[in-house]
Design a protein around this ligand. Structure first.
Ligand code: CAA
Length: 261
């Protein structure tokens, strides 16, 4: 692929958006390659994904402004759908995705990070939805996911003012979970991803689905979603092994890796 790199380290897949000369901006080709990369992830071996950007300056500096500059209304809507479809695929991907935000996360860059399950960033990261300064709305989910993540008041302020925020403010408002020096970011992301990958894979996937689907439902439906996914874990090899391991009083035993069943 031209702009998307994919590497597997153990049970962790690392997707790198690599279009450094345009600060990893998302054009149609990048979006298509991301879509294809997700389709090609081997879910029998990979248990957690990390998404990052190439270089030390930018995660993703947004959708490609050059490509958008001449779009008609219909083409604009189609471009929004293209981005939304890929981002939704990422959001509903069966395994967790960690965004390792290594610099600018503006417009579509902030939006793609919000489609991931967890965001951590480097100290030089900058987040923002600058679209109204370009004469458009956020178009890859920003009007929806930012309000859900940081609350409508803060989301509206960020979107209406188009003001960028630095890593410490992103941490304060809950947009990211942690901030690291640039050189420590990927190691921290890989450590978190490996920690996730060690846990029972069906249970982890069911947790992601329960949280995501539950957030879109009312509490009665949400609880029913949880019950179904909780029940679904029983009789799996991992549930039987995980509980038997706890109940076994032999202190010298060593925990075996969970299997994908
Ligand atoms: N689209 C296309 N090209 C971009 C880009 C983008 N979003 N962001 C940066 N680039 C290009 C620049 O045009 C420049 O290319 P050239 O070297 O060919 O001139 C190169 O990347 C380096 O950028 P700068 O010279 O501008 O670097 P800088 O350090 O001076 O500034 C920046 C960095 C503040 C991130 C600045 O590049 C910037 O403001 N970029 C645009 C950010 C933005 O508005 N993003 C939102 C896009 S709209 C969107 O995403 C809509 C949506 O919701 C779907």
């Amino acid at each position: 692929m031209e702009f998307v790199l994919y590497e597997v380290k153990g049970q962790v897949g690392i997707i790198t958006i690599s279009r450094e000369k345009a600060l990893n901006a998302l054009n149609s080709t990048v979006l298509g390659e991301l879509d294809q990369t997700l389709d090609n992830v081997d879910l029998d071996t990979v248990r957690c994904l990390i998404l990052t950007g190439a270089g030390e300056k930018s995660f993703v500096a947004g959708a490609d402004i050059g490509e958008m500059s001449t779009l008609t209304k219909a083409e604009g809507e189609a471009f929004g759908k293209k981005g939304n479809d890929v981002f939704r695929k990422l959001e509903t991907f069966p395994i967790p995705v960690i965004a390792a935000v290594n610099g600018f996360a503006l417009g579509g860059g902030c939006e793609i990070s919000m489609s991931c399950d967890i965001r951590i960033c480097s100290e030089n990261a900058v987040f923002g939805q600058p679209e109204v300064g370009l004469g458009i709305t956020p178009g890859f989910g920003g009007t929806q996911r930012l309000a859900r993540l940081v609350g409508p008041g803060m989301a509206k302020q960020m979107i209406y003012t188009a003001r960028n925020i630095k890593a410490d403010e992103a941490l304060r408002i809950g947009l990211v979970n942690a901030v690291y020096p640039q050189e420590e970011l990927m190691a921290a992301a890989e450590k978190m991803a490996s920690g996730i990958a060690k846990n029972a894979p069906i249970a982890v996937r069911n947790c992601k689905k329960a949280i995501n689907d539950g957030l879109e439902a009312d509490m009665d439906q949400a609880i029913a979603i949880e019950e179904k996914l909780f029940g679904d874990c029983f009789e799996t090899e991992d549930q039987k092994y995980g509980m038997a391991f706890f109940l076994d009083k032999n202190k010298d035993k060593v925990k075996e890796p969970f299997k994908n069943v």
